[in-house]
Design a protein around this ligand. Sequence first.
Ligand SMILES: Cc1cc2nc3c(=O)[nH]c(=O)nc-3n(C[C@H](O)[C@H](O)[C@H](O)COP(=O)(O)OP(=O)(O)OC[C@H]3O[C@@H](n4cnc5c(N)ncnc54)[C@H](O)[C@@H]3O)c2cc1C
Length: 274
Amino acid sequence: AKRKYIPKMVSGDFIGAVAMTEPGAGSDLQGMRTSAEDKGDHFLVNGSKTFITNGYLSDVVVVAVKTDPAKGAKGISLVLIDKDMKGFSKGKPFEKVGLHAQDTCELFFEDVKVPKENLLGKLGEGFKYLMTELAQERLVVALAAVALGEYMLASTVEYVKQRKAFNKSISEFQNTRFKLAEMTAALEQGRIYCDHLVQLHNSKLVDPAMASAAKYNMTELQCKVADECVQLHGGYGYMWEYGVARAYADARVQRIYAGTNEIMKELIARKILK
Ligand SMILES: Cc1cc2nc3c(=O)[nH]c(=O)nc-3n(C[C@H](O)[C@H](O)[C@H](O)COP(=O)(O)OP(=O)(O)OC[C@H]3O[C@@H](n4cnc5c(N)ncnc54)[C@H](O)[C@@H]3O)c2cc1C
């Protein structure tokens, strides 16, 4: 399975997706119901997933399944499901508020025969793999939040310099200057914090609570910056042709996916109260 998928995923010929969320199990991942029954040389997979990024375009999907429903987290495994496997189908891409450049859809599994060689890692270790690897995903979300915050701030700086009201540039109003200063100060702090975490991550020193704190902190900042930047653009900030409007719509989901910010706070609290 490794030889079949990894080279093509690296070259970009195969698009991958990771499917954990189900209609009845989002934050509470352990409540997932998609099952993989052991049938000797294969697993028989039944169930559905929702909100899957790249789901519609995917060639191969890492699917979290229950291999032992009696065991809770220890009964969860990961299997690779190919787009050509019989019984696997995809819903239409959802119409999202933002992130229109990527697809998000539902996936359905009806008696899909998945060869045993498509089990990723060990049986029953899926939840552990997800918890370990999701830290990197959360760090990526935090980095994107800072980068998008910087983008919004830079376009707002350009905008306020050329827009005029009351016979002067809106960059001369104290409110504008203070808002820009506040956002610059917060984003500079965020950039240094994230760069530091990336360095630690390269030495495998970032634990799940640290990644959760970064995701929580930086996505809250991104949404605050998005809101302030739209405000400084006035009505133009609400028009789709302005980059800041699109960035505003794209920002909101950052506090929801990759684990909601409430779940991030749970993970931080779990570490400090251990
Ligand atoms: C655009 C997009 C892309 C996505 N991509 C993927 C993907 O590629 N793969 C994938 O598997 N999933 C993906 N998701 C799903 C995403 O991870 C879930 O939506 C998210 O984890 C929340 O689950 P839920 O939607 O079921 O909300 P729920 O779990 O129903 O949560 C509803 C509310 O209750 C709160 N809540 C829940 N439990 C607690 C608690 N214990 N304490 C306090 N508050 C709580 C939540 O924080 C939230 O505010 C994507 C979602 C979106 C919108």
